[in-house]
Design a protein around this ligand. Structure first.
Ligand code: AMP
Ligand code: MG
Length: 402
């Protein structure tokens, strides 16, 4: 089997994504953050739904304030008041004023609002020293959203502002794509669950926590989460049981060429077919993609923590996003200038961790694929093409933000 590029691996898995919509469910707006909209949503209302005051003051017909000056203030009778949540029924006669609070509807007969601090009110009389223009301090009906506007299209990831806009339309529940059901497992006899005693020769399992947290950020909760032993028959049995009803099986470890690299046998034992093994990138090259006859997808990442992280971000995330119904997920790429040299040649394509800021990228000291601590402050991968020499500082590079 030939090694393939990252992009071809993504495309090869994408072909097996059954229905991008994956079923639709209606959920409350309060639980919609990060979910993917399943239908286009249009505004049902003008928002605001009426002309309203943007401040606390007085409203009247602007024409009546013509010629107002300190020497000759315009004097108006105050005919009443209106607060947010109320409305003034009827007309405010020309030359008279109504006290109005922020957010209250501007009644018929009025087309301007003066700020309370800019006028003098004595009893029921209002004194204005300056004239107002029509529609001064006037907030128009529909100035935020016009009825019929496309507010959010199918495939959009819902963020707080979008959720608030939908709430402002009075929507309580909205149609979103069902989240893919994910089975997450690590593999390795050396792994111990954090919190438990660590026998000699063992290490704590960090990948399970890494991947569960990355999924959680995507609003995807793995249905099962466990560590599998380095025993292909047993691992395949456990995985097959857990994988019932799942859409995607994500594992780490056991994909290289070592004696305990069980995943090569596990996918066969589970009755799946291999789509690819090994992609043309470092770290995480030995990633394995497989597919079950019923269309479920398997992605087996390397066990090295940074390799697992990089291949999750660059390969698994776009697949999961498509499965979740997101429209054309794209990696966020930018050009940046290296703030320090990277003194290694790159015969093959390499992704290195970096911190991107204001057009520059800074590199941590540690780049080993088994080391994750130095990635904690990073927010980007530098995508170094195959055949690149050592990179001098000041050189332009391409980064992928995560
Ligand atoms: P593997 O891909 O299984 O050959 O593992 C490669 C390296 O990553 C080894 O040093 C493993 O001990 C380590 N490793 C594998 N899985 C995990 C994990 N879940 N958490 C932390 N380290 C791991
Ligand atoms: Mg292993």
């Amino acid at each position: 089997m030939q090694d393939i590029s990252l992009e071809r691996a993504i495309a090869a898995l994408s072909e097996h994504i059954q229905s991008p919509e994956n079923g639709i469910e209606r959920i409350s707006l309060l639980s919609a953050r990060g979910r993917i909209l399943a239908e286009d949503i249009y505004a049902a209302l003008d928002n605001p739904p009426f002309n309203r005051s943007p401040l606390d003051g007085y409203t009247f017909a602007a024409a009546a304030t013509k010629g107002a000056s300190t020497e000759r203030p315009v004097v108006m009778e105050i005919v009443g008041e209106v607060c947010a949540g109320d409305y003034f029924s009827g007309n405010v006669p020309f030359g008279k004023a109504l006290r109005i609070m922020t957010g209250a509807p501007i009644p018929e007969g009025c087309d301007a609002v003066v700020r309370q601090e800019s006028v003098r009110a004595e009893g029921s009389k209002l004194y204005l020293d300056v004239p107002l223009r029509p529609f001064e301090n006037y907030c128009y009906r529909g100035e935020d959203v016009k009825k019929g506007t496309l507010l959010a299209s199918k495939g959009t990831k819902l963020d707080p502002a979008c959720i608030a806009v939908l709430a402002g339309q009075g929507f309580r529940a909205i149609p979103v794509c069902r989240t893919p059901r994910i089975l997450l497992a690590s593999t390795g006899d050396e792994l111990v669950t954090p919190g438990e005693e660590r026998p000699k020769g063992k290490i704590y399992n960090s990948n399970l926590y890494l991947l569960a947290s990355l999924l959680d950020e995507m609003r995807m909760t793995p249905k099962q989460m466990r560590n599998l032993p380095d025993d292909a028959a047993l691992a395949a049995k456990l995985l097959r049981e857990d994988a019932q009803g799942m859409d995607l099986i994500l594992t780490t470890g056991g994909v290289s060429v070592g004696k305990k690299d069980i995943m090569h046998s596990v996918w066969k034992r589970m009755g799946a077919s291999r789509i690819f093994w090994r992609i043309l990138m470092k770290p995480g090259a030995p990633v394995l993609g497989y597919i079950f006859p019923d269309g479920r997808i398997g992605i087996a990442l390397s066990g090295n923590p940074f390799a697992a992280f990089a291949t999750f971000e660059l390969l698994a995330r776009p697949i999961l996003q498509q499965m979740a119904g997101m429209r054309e997920p794209k990696l966020l790429r930018k050009k940046a200038v290296l703030a320090a040299p990277f003194l290694k040649e790159s015969p093959g394509r390499r992704f290195i961790r970096a911190r991107y800021e204001d057009g520059y990228v800074v590199l941590p000291k540690q780049h080993a694929s088994g080391a994750l601590f130095s990635a904690v402050t990073c927010n980007a991968f530098i995508d170094i093409p195959a055949g690149s020499p050592k990179l001098e500082s000041g050189r332009e590079v391409e980064v992928v933000l995560f």
